[in-house]
Design a protein around this ligand. Structure first.
Ligand SMILES: [Zn+2]
Length: 408
């Protein structure tokens, strides 16, 4: 195992190599001198390490842009050789599994989706294993071509052990995800397991880091069936460190409030999750208050969040009220997080915020509830929702894990 090799090497050598990879990943193409400057290491140390990583295929040399320097000897820069490796990411949820194969920069090369809905863990992990095989086939690859697999799940994950500790919503508890996946697929490479929202946050830092401008800390609010908001520090020059579990979905917003699936009352998810919004819209529909939604339901015989949003936009006032109420609680939660932690950047992803009007309603609530109204300090970025974002997040976890392992 690569980890046991790492343990026998001087720690500093292992750490230096990872730091170089991280700097090249974040700032490449970059010169060897700049890497040395940024890390406070000597140029010979960088040169030796970079040469072995070029030989290994992880890094590549690129010529500096002609328009920058046209005179004299051209400086050769170093960058990640994105085509040298392939990774797989699979986002596992009871309702759907999405999988992608990506290059080292997270560009999607193949994707697949399994929309069968399962309530039990065993069927879901089996579906993920099947997705693994079908994706390989689709991309014309074999298991050995994949440098690492990332799996994500909602709920609390022990990433060191590759276990799901608990997902209250699904009633899944203490599952050895890494081991189950490896034995079902026979895959011998590294399998990493991470919470689905934390993984999305890593993907943003690694693949779209530029949107964060110069921020060094970030909160990532993800509104889906559940609601998560992990906090990452040190994202300016690193991939980031996660603080806490980010389970804001169970932040209590009302004393003796509505019951939540976790067993408590008044949790944010009991007001603002997609699941709650759909349930409330369904109830209003049964009471005959939502003509647009009813006509959508007549055709489909079921409702998802896109249908509810469509009904709201096409004039169902009752549905709009339900959505706005959910957004009020989300705005309060965001203001609370902002008042407490003050992250330099806040990213929000959720299908309900693909609607411009909903973004505005949210901003108003946040603004009203910020301590001393220091709104100008808050940088907010709405990330358009994307069915593959969970799987891409999972692939980021696999790539990060691969970069952390030592190359001889
Ligand atoms: Zn709860």
């Amino acid at each position: 195992m690569e980890n046991s090799i790492g343990n026998n090497l001087p720690r500093v050598k292992v750490q230096n190599q990872f730091s170089i990879k991280e700097i090249v990943y974040k700032f490449g193409p970059i010169s060897r001198i700049e890497i040395a400057d940024r890390l406070g290491l000597t140029l010979p140390t960088i040169t030796t390490s970079v040469s072995s990583m070029i030989k290994n295929g992880l890094l590549k040399e690129v010529e500096q842009d002609h328009s920058v320097k046209s005179l004299g000897r051209r400086t050769m820069l170093v960058d990640i050789n994105e085509n040298s490796r392939r990774f797989m990411g699979i986002a596992i949820r009871g309702t759907v599994r999405n999988g992608v194969i990506v290059d080292t920069r997270g560009h999607v090369l193949a994707s697949l989706r399994d929309e069968r809905s399962f309530s039990d863990y065993e069927a879901s992990i089996k579906s993920a294993a099947d997705l693994f095989s079908s994706l390989l086939k689709k991309a014309n690859l074999i298991q050995e071509d994949i440098f690492g697999v990332g799996l994500t799940m909602p709920g609390i994950v022990d990433k060191e052990e590759g276990r799901l500790i608990i997902h209250p919503g699904y009633k899944w508890k203490d599952k050895n995800v890494m081991e189950d996946f490896s034995s079902l697929t026979g895959y011998k490479g590294m399998v990493s397991v991470e919470n689905n929202t934390i993984a999305r946050a890593y993907a943003l830092v690694m693949f779209e880091g530029k949107v964060l401008e110069d921020a060094d800390s970030m909160a990532y609010m993800f509104v889906s069936a559940g609601i998560g908001c992990p906090l990452l520090n040190s994202v300016k020059t690193h991939f980031g460190n996660v603080t806490g579990d980010g389970e804001v979905g169970h932040m209590i917003m009302e004393i003796d409030g509505d019951p939540c699936l976790c067993g408590n009352r008044g949790c944010l998810e009991a007001y603002s999750s997609e699941k709650t919004i759909i349930e409330k819209a369904n109830k209003a529909m049964k009471e005959g208050k939502t003509p647009v939604l009813s006509s959508i339901y007549e055709k489909k015989q079921f409702l998802d969040i896109a249908d509810v949003l469509e009904a709201s936009e096409k004039g169902d006032e009752e549905v709009k009220k339900i959505i706005f109420k959910a957004i009020r609680y989300l705005g309060l939660a965001i203001a609370n997080i902002e008042n407490f932690v003050r992250p330099e950047y806040m990213v929000i992803e959720g299908k309900i915020f693909d609607v411009e009007e909903n973004r505005k309603v949210l901003m108003n609530v946040v603004y009203k509830n910020l301590y001393r109204g220091t709104f100008q300090d808050l940088k907010l970025h709405f990330k358009s929702s994307d069915d593959l974002s969970g799987a891409v997040g999972a692939s980021a976890v696999a790539i990060k894990r691969d970069l952390e392992s030592f190359l001889e």
